[in-house]
Ligand binder design. Structure first.
Ligand code: ABU
Length: 373
C-alpha cells in the first residue's frame, strides 16, 4: 500500500481509538495506574534474584518469596499511591485501574509453577504504541499472567476501537537461561542471564519517541524479543538499541528517558554519551544529577530498585513533570532545564518495583505519530 495511504489509515484509526499514545511527553489524557492489593513477594527464580539490588532485600529473597507483602510495607505505599492518583485526577487526567488479584495463588504451566507478584507496574507488562496495546512476553515466572488483571480494561478499549495484541507466551524453560551466568563485576563487559531460546521482553525496556523507539538489552529483554517487536511494528517504526553499563540491567526508564522533543534525560553512570546512537546527536542530553541519598533504613532494605529511581518521572506534557520531593537535585535540574516539577511523595513504592513511570501506562496522549529526528 502507498505510504500516504498507510499513514492516513493509521491517523483515522488513532482518531477513533480510545488508545492513542506515541511518545512520553504529549499532553496526558488517560492513564492506567497500578495496584498493590494482593501483592506477594516475587519468586526466587534466578532471573528474579539477579535483578534485586544487592543488600538485605536480595539476601532475604529466598526466605520471603511467595509470602504476602506485610502491612508495614503496603500501607505507606498505598497512601502514596492514593495521593498520586488524586494528583493525576486533579490535573484532569482519567485514571483506570487493573482488577485486584490475589497474587499468592499458585498457578502452573506444563513446565513449572509459581505464585504471582503484583500489579504495581503496568509499564513493565504492557506497551502502548499508537492505538495498539501489546502485552509483552515477560520472563519473570511470577509475572506470567500479570496482564490478566488488565483484561477488563483492554476489552473495553478493544470494543471501542483499539488494537490489542499479545506477543507469543514464552515457555520459560531452562534453555532460556545461561547456567553459568553471574552478574558482571565493575569494569567487566555486560552480560545477561538470558539466552536466545525464544523472544522475551518487558515493555519497560522500551521508550517511545514517535516513529523511533529506544531499547536496552537486559536480564528480561533479549535480542529475539527486540527483533519480534521490530517485525511486529513494521517499517513505520525504527528501534535503536542503547548500550547500558548497568551491571544488572532491567528497564530503560532509569537509564534514559526522552522527556520532550529534542530532550533526553540520561543516567551518567550507565550511559557513555559518546556511544549514543547518531540520531541523538542533535538532541539536548540532560545529565541526571546524583540522586539524593535515601537514609531511611527500612526504605533502603526493602527497595527492589536501584538508586536512579530519581529518574523515574512522569511527564504530564512537554513542561509539567511529576517528581518525588525527596529528589531535590532532580527537581532543581528540571527547573533549570525549563520544566515545571509537580511533587508527589512516592518513595515507598520502590519496594514494589518502581516510581511514577513504572507505576503507570499512558493510554492516551493528545498528539499524532511523528518523526522527531
Ligand atoms: N523498574 C524500574 C527500576 C529499574 C531500576 O531499579 O533502576
Amino acid at each position: 500500500m502507498d505510504a500516504r495511504l498507510v499513514n492516513a489509515e493509521a491517523e483515522s484509526r488513532n482518531q477513533l481509538s480510545p488508545v492513542n499514545s506515541h511518545n512520553e511527553w504529549d499532553p496526558l489524557e488517560e492513564i492506567i495506574v497500578g495496584r498493590l492489593e494482593g501483592a506477594t513477594m516475587p519468586s526466587d527464580h534466578p532471573v528474579v534474584t539477579c535483578n534485586i539490588p544487592k543488600g538485605a532485600a536480595a539476601r532475604a529473597q529466598s526466605l520471603v518469596a511467595g509470602l504476602r507483602y506485610p502491612k508495614f510495607m503496603v500501607e505507606p505505599a498505598q497512601r502514596e499511591l492514593d495521593g498520586f492518583i488524586a494528583l493525576l485526577q486533579s490535573l484532569g487526567i482519567v485514571v483506570r485501574r487493573p482488577e485486584p488479584v490475589d497474587h499468592k495463588k499458585r498457578f502452573s504451566t506444563p513446565y513449572w509453577s509459581s505464585r504471582g507478584f503484583c500489579n504495581s507496574c503496568p509499564r513493565d507488562a504492557i506497551l502502548v504504541i499508537g492505538d495498539e496495546i501489546i502485552e509483552t512476553p515477560m520472563v519473570w515466572p511470577c509475572r506470567y499472567f500479570e496482564t490478566h488483571s488488565y483484561r477488563p480494561i483492554f476489552k473495553d478499549y478493544f470494543r471501542r476501537g483499539a488494537r490489542w495484541t499479545s506477543a507469543p507466551k514464552p515457555q520459560i524453560t531452562d534453555e532460556l537461561f545461561d547456567p553459568d551466568f553471574r552478574p558482571p563485576a565493575k569494569g567487566e563487559p555486560i552480560t545477561y542471564i538470558l539466552t536466545e531460546f525464544e523472544p522475551v521482553f518487558d515493555a519497560a525496556d522500551f521508550v517511545r519517541c514517535g516513529r523511533d523507539l529506544f531499547v536496552t538489552r537486559s536480564n528480561v529483554t533479549n535480542a529475539l524479543g527486540i527483533e519480534w517487536l521490530g517485525r511486529h511494528l513494521g517499517p513505520a517504526y525504527r528501534i535503536h538499541e542503547i548500550e547500558s553499563r548497568c551491571p544488572n540491567p532491567m528497564h530503560i526508564d532509569t537509564t534514559i528517558l526522552p522527556i520532550a522533543p529534542g530532550k533526553l534525560l540520561i543516567n551518567p553512570e550507565y550511559i557513555d554519551t559518546s556511544r549514543l546512537p547518531d540520531i541523538l546527536k542533535k538532541w539536548d542530553i540532560l545529565v541526571a544529577p546524583e540522586p539524593n541519598p535515601i537514609d531511611d533504613w527500612m526504605l533502603k532494605i526493602t527497595s527492589l530498585c536501584g538508586k536512579w529511581l530519581s529518574m523515574n518521572i512522569l511527564m504530564i506534557d512537554e513542561k509539567r513533570v511529576i517528581v518525588d520531593p525527596h529528589h531535590t537535585g532532580m527537581m532543581r535540574a528540571l527547573e533549570k532545564w525549563g520544566f515545571e516539577p509537580i511533587t508527589c511523595e512516592f518513595l515507598h513504592y520502590a519496594a514494589f518495583g518502581g516510581a511514577f513511570h513504572c507505576a503507570t501506562l499512558d493510554i492516551r496522549r493528545r498528539g499524532s505519530l511523528q518523526s522527531y529526528f
